[in-house]
Design a protein around this ligand. Structure first.
Ligand code: GLN
Length: 205
């Protein structure tokens, strides 16, 4: 199984390491592939859009023609996981300030929503994954807040009573950075999503 990490800007290297750890725990080869050009999406079963600066990421994505390529990738049901700036790019509406987003998941987000004193912090939150309550370590860095969750969206984790991890079909988003902790829970959950989608596509082919 191959999982791409969008490598235009931001902390893609730590995601690749977290994916390698998932391969060990799932005893299955998981190859993390850096994606720098839209054509490289054809070769991966799922994609992680990492944190960084969403405005910069957006400019690079538009310059390289990633928007139509990602729309096709999403329409094929291949899973996408966006962390922090990645979530901002995948959301339906973005505020503070308003900017273009892909609208792959029906949430509204506010950028840089934790104010100055708490721009970056670590916390423990609680997730509900595959029906099981699971503690999750979270690192927030100039994080957005999810201000609105659409009817078709499932909230999978909270911190301080707010949604911080959400899923709609093949799209998973987190306001925090799971790749900066040693806690493999969230990447393992995404790898399982990708494995199931790949098996479905294989069966349909
Ligand atoms: N503050 C960044 C933005 O709005 C996101 C920060 C991050 O990805 N850690 O794009």
């Amino acid at each position: 199984m191959k999982i791409g990490v969008l490598a235009l800007q931001g902390d893609f290297d730590r995601h690749a390491k977290a994916l390698a750890r998932c391969g060990v725990s799932r005893s299955e080869e998981i190859q993390a592939v850096e994606v720098r050009k839209p054509a490289e999406l054809a070769d991966v079963d799922g994609l992680i859009i990492p944190g960084g600066e969403s405005t910069t990421l957006l400019k690079l994505m538009e310059a390289w023609g990633f928007v139509p390529a990602l729309e096709k990738f999403h329409a094929e049901g291949r899973p996408i996981f966006g962390t922090c700036a990645g979530l901002i790019l995948l959301a339906r509406d973005v505020d503070n300030p308003r900017q273009f987003s892909l609208d792959f998941i029906d949430v509204g987000v506010e950028r840089n929503a934790y104010g100055r004193q708490r721009e970056s912090f670590e916390a423990r939150g609680s997730a509900s994954l595959e029906g099981r309550p699971t503690p999750v370590e979270m690192v927030f860095i100039r994080a957005p807040r999810i201000r609105r969750v659409g009817a078709g969206v499932e909230t999978l984790a909270h911190h301080a009573d707010e949604p911080v991890l959400a899923r709609q079909g093949s799209v998973l988003v987190a306001t925090f950075h799971p790749e900066l902790t040693d806690d493999p829970t969230i990447h393992e959950y995404f790898c399982a999503m990708v494995a199931r989608a790949a098996a479905r596509r294989g069966a349909a082919a």
